[in-house]
Design a binder for this molecule. Sequence first.
Ligand code: FAD
Ligand code: NAI
Length: 467
Amino acid sequence: MSQYDLVVIGSGPGGYVCAIKAAQLGLKTAVIEKRKTHGGTCLNVGCIPSKALLHASEMFEEAGHGFEQLGIKVSKPKLDLETMMKHKQDVIDANVNGVGFLLKKNKIEAIHGTGKILSAGKVEVTAEDGSKSTVEAKNIVIATGSDVMPLPGVEIDEKQIVSSTGALELEKVPGKLVVVGGGVIGLELGSVWGRLGSEVTVVEFMDKILGPMDADVSKTFQRMLKKQGVDFKLSTKVTGVEKKGKGLEVTIEPAKGGDAQTIEADVVLVAIGRKPYTEGLGLEEAGVALDERGRVKTDGHYKTSVDGIYAIGDVIVGPMLAHKAEDEGVALAEMLSGQAGHVNYDVIPGVVYTQPEVASVGKSEEELKSAGVSYKTGKFTFNANGRARAMNKTDGFVKVLADAETDRVLGVHIIGFGAGEMIHEAAVLMEFGGSSEDLGRTCHAHPTMSEAVKEAAMATAGKPIHS
Ligand code: FAD
Ligand code: NAI
């Protein structure tokens, strides 16, 4: 007889949320985690520590440049990096311990060790001391997440040539920071070190930053970051990084080929994406199929090619986002308990936690154009918003894209202070299939930044009040 109804491998946002939901629904559940603490990439070396440093560095920047215009005179702020890093570590500790507490509270067996699938129903666990045991369960969930994508020929030492993990741990502010990849990690962590004093150069292979982001937003955002001092080399690739004296020499060349050039750096951050983590899981032997990009192949119910083995989160297809992993965890636990679980992949918000923030949900203009959908656009800028003016946060805009015939909202893109909070009213509206008229007729409190969302919705019919 199986020891457990469900065993989850990995306790990141996908795994721990799936386990908690399953336990709440009455399944006898265990989680296997090889890291010392729970919470996965997100809580240990991802979302949470990066947001702690983003916030702290933003406050540092604000105290240095933002207060004066408000009539607050302070002496030039001094950086105490050690204390800033302690703040980050305290935040991590509180969060990972919180997950440990929740697992216990829900009577989930937390097994420390590395899981390897022997066959459907059987997982071998290797503890830190090398001892092995076997866990049996009716169902197995692979929630092993993702790992840093390496840049061929460039060895990450996490001191001078770092991934996001090393970039969250630097002991001093680099004089020159070269970021390889103008994606989410590169721009968030580049912003952190830029605000703390680094000269930041972002080298991006494509001709725009933030790849799939609506081009209008991406262009505006790049302009804003440039004003903040970030230098961009677009349509350019890094082909090598060599140690030279105490520093580094980075070789770059045009993405389409051409003459190479070198730039100097004290630290290089490699942020060119992440890859699904399936190492040592025994998937091949167990017969679990992968797709062409090394992700675990699943059907619409998260089932892999083997009955009784499921997968969720970064290790399967879809955006590598914590909330996507969490929602898949809930949906799968519900399905395994005989309920109807569902994730609406058309309404998964994405936020870049820079200053200003960039947030979007649904389709970009480019996606609508290439799908041949006829749409109308409503745009409203924050410099016409009273609250934004009062707070000196007038950069950016809200853009609402709605179906030209039905008026149904298909995408909302916001660049501005607090965009990551504002996006959710659009997400709720879209989840219920709402129209831009619905959004424009919903009473919004005054004065709030969110009024710009209402006005952008009204602008799809050409009738905003304040512009
Ligand atoms: P993970 O969080 O990667 O967890 C997988 C866990 O499985 C790990 O703890 C790992 O140790 C464990 N594991 C792996 N193999 C085994 C094994 N064989 N046995 C036992 N345990 C195993 N997303 C957002 O939505 N918002 C953000 O702001 C954000 N910021 C980020 C910042 C950075 C710097 C990074 C790197 C990522 C960020 N992400 C963010 C992405 C987010 O971290 C991931 O999408 C999320 O963690 C995926 O969750 P997961 O449960 O699929 O996997
Ligand atoms: P990314 O996929 O967002 O961006 C990588 C960028 O690197 C792309 O623009 C790509 O064109 C570029 N690139 C690839 N090879 C290159 C080369 N050789 N030279 C120059 N540029 C190159 O990946 P990133 O930023 O590493 O983030 C990984 C994942 O983590 C993302 O999928 C994201 O979803 C998640 N994440 C989410 C955050 C959030 O939600 N706020 C924050 C941080 C990470």
